[in-house]
Design a protein. Structure first.
Length: 296
C-alpha cells in the first residue's frame, strides 16, 4: 500500500509544550483559543497550548509551529502519521505528534518550518497557510505555470527588456518550456489560492560560471494579487531548504541589474551580491547581479 498524499495546514501562533508534576491540578492558563492537548502520565502531565498563555517559571519548550493533517482517516488506518513524520525525520528535523479523534497534529520548530514544508512537498504532500496551498508541480500544471510566468515577466520587464525580446518570449514559448521542463526535470513548486495559480519557484543545479557547486533559482514569481502576503518570502524559504536537501552549500539567483523591485525584495530577505555576470542569451545578454544565501 502506497503512503497517502496529505494536505497539511499551518495553525496560527507559536506553541509551547509544558511539563508539570504528576497529579498537579491543571492551571487556568491552559484553556483558550488554538490547539490544546493535555496528556496525563504516571510521572508527569504535559500541556500543549499557545505559548503566550504559558507564564514564566514553568518548565516549558517554546517556539513550536503546529501543523494540522487535514486528510481524514479512520483511527486504525495505517500509514497516515508515518507519511507525515517520515519526510521531516529524514530531513533531520525533530517532530512532536499529538492526535484527536478525527485528526493528527504535528509540531516542528518554528525556525525550521520552511525545511519541513520543503520535505513534505518533495514527498508529494500539500501545505496550506493563509488560504494559499503549495505543492509539487506536475506536467498537468504546465499551462498554469506558463500563464503566470508570462504575465509576471511581461509586467516586470515592460520598461527594461527590449521590445523584440518581450515579443519573442510569448505565452506559447513559455508553455512549451514548462511542458518540457516538468516532463524532464520537475523540481517546481506551485502556489494556489483556490483554482488560481499565484506563485511558483523552481530550482536547478547552478549554470553560473564560478558557482557550479550551488543550487540556482531559475524562477520565482508571485502574481500581483498575492504580493505583500508573505508568499514570496515563503517560496524563497522553501527554495533555500531545497538547496539544503540537494547538498548544495549555497543558493543563488541572477537578477537583471535594472530590476530594482526584485533587488529590494531579495536584499530584504538577506540576499548578498556575490558577483556580476552577463546573461548568456541568446535572446537578451542582460547585465545580471548574482545574489546568494547560505543553504537553510
Amino acid at each position: 500500500m502506497s503512503p497517502p498524499d496529505l494536505l497539511l495546514t499551518r495553525l496560527e501562533g507559536e506553541y509551547a509544550i509544558t511539563r508539570r508534576p504528576a497529579g498537579a491540578p491543571l492551571p487556568r492558563w491552559h484553556t483558550g483559543p488554538g490547539l490544546v492537548s493535555v496528556t496525563q502520565a504516571p510521572d508527569e502531565t504535559s500541556i500543549l497550548c499557545l505559548s503566550d498563555r504559558v507564564p514564566e517559571g514553568e518548565t516549558t519548550a517554546r517556539g513550536w509551529q503546529a501543523i494540522r493533517v487535514e486528510t481524514l482517516a479512520a483511527l486504525d488506518q495505517p500509514g497516515v502519521v508515518l507519511a507525515a513524520v517520515e519526510p521531516v525525520s529524514r530531513s533531520g528535523l525533530g517532530v512532536f505528534v499529538t492526535s484527536t479523534h478525527d485528526r493528527d497534529y504535528l509540531l516542528v520548530r518554528a525556525g525550521q518550518a520552511a525545511r519541513a514544508e520543503a520535505a513534505w512537498i518533495a514527498a508529494g504532500h500539500s501545505v496550506c497557510e493563509g488560504g494559499i496551498t503549495l505543492r509539487r508541480a506536475g506536467p498537468q500544471d504546465a499551462e498554469a505555470l506558463a500563464s503566470l510566468h508570462f504575465q509576471v515577466w511581461q509586467e516586470t520587464y515592460a520598461r527594461i527588456a527590449p521590445p523584440e525580446v518581450r515579443l519573442a518570449l510569448n505565452k506559447a514559448r513559455r508553455t512549451a518550456y514548462w511542458r518540457d521542463r516538468l516532463a524532464k526535470k520537475g523540481g517546481a513548486v506551485i502556489a494556489l489560492r483556490g483554482n488560481e495559480t499565484v506563485g511558483l519557484t523552481a530550482l536547478s543545479p547552478s549554470g553560473v560560471a564560478g558557482f557550479e557547486e550551488c543550487a540556482e533559482i531559475d524562477h520565482l514569481y508571485v502574481a500581483a494579487s498575492a504580493r505583500r502576503s508573505g508568499l514570496g518570502a515563503r517560496l524563497l524559504g522553501i527554495a533555500r531548504a531545497q538547496a539544503t536537501q540537494s547538498g548544495a552549500p549555497r543558493l543563488i539567483l541572477a537578477v537583471v541589474r535594472e530590476n530594482a523591485a526584485a533587488l529590494t525584495f531579495y536584499h530584504a530577505q538577506g540576499g548578498a551580491i556575490l558577483a556580476e555576470r552577463k546573461d548568456k542569451g541568446p535572446l537578451w545578454p542582460s547585465d545580471n547581479l548574482i545574489l546568494g544565501w547560505p543553504a537553510a
